[in-house]
Design a binder for this molecule. Structure first.
Ligand SMILES: Cc1cc2nc3c(=O)[nH]c(=O)nc-3n(C[C@H](O)[C@H](O)[C@H](O)COP(=O)(O)O)c2cc1C
Length: 166
């Protein structure tokens, strides 16, 4: 399935080519505009075992900027921001695929190129003793923690870029 294209949202938007774990790639546009996490809301999505979106609540749809019809059936990496290191998502996937709960901070990309930070809790959905899919619930993140993590994620990303080039 092909991800919907992003259109350049503003003349000063930065263009990045993202290559995903499944081997596909696409060009995304990002701006320095941050959209704050909406007060008092929870952002919920569910995926199948392969990370394809099966459910997105209204808050998810509103904050991501994509229509629900554009999201369902698409890989969850439709939200991946170029500033996020792959290592963060490896931690998420290794944890939930092992049947455990994962918590973490994620910077997500909106359809309009802006970004939003979330504090996410991802869990496996167990049916008849088997993992049937995954759910993630996001809460308002701590600004202090975001400020601590920005340099950490930047360093991980630099290491990944270096490794890819060597
Ligand atoms: C339940 C669940 C929720 C996820 N939520 C996000 C998310 O909000 N943003 C994101 O970029 N990736 C999220 N991911 C991880 C993506 O599946 C993917 O691993 C990530 O975007 C990196 O892309 P890539 O592994 O295809 O390169 C989630 C995965 C699962 C299972």
């Amino acid at each position: 399935m092909k991800l919907p294209d992003m259109h350049r949202p503003a003349a000063d938007a930065v263009e990045s080519l993202l290559t995903y774990t499944d081997g596909t790639s696409r060009t995304v546009f990002h701006t320095g505009v941050e959209v704050p996490f909406p007060e008092g809301r929870l952002i919920v999505s569910r995926t199948d075992l392969n990370g394809l979106l099966t459910h997105a609540n209204d808050a998810f749809v509103e904050l991501s900027g994509w229509d629900r019809e554009e999201l369902i059936g698409m890989p969850h990496h439709i939200l991946r921001h170029p500033d996020m290191p792959k290592a963060a998502f490896k931690g998420l996937w290794d944890t939930v695929a092992a049947g455990q709960k994962w918590h973490g901070y994620v910077k997500n990309l909106r359809k309009d190129g802006a970004y939003y930070w979330v504090y996410a809790t991802a869990v496996p959905n167990i049916r008849n003793g088997q993992i049937a899919g995954y759910t993630s619930v996001r809460r308002k993140p701590s600004r202090t923690r975001i400020d601590e993590l920005i340099p950490v994620y930047r360093q991980w990303l630099a290491q990944e870029t270096q490794k890819a080039a060597s």
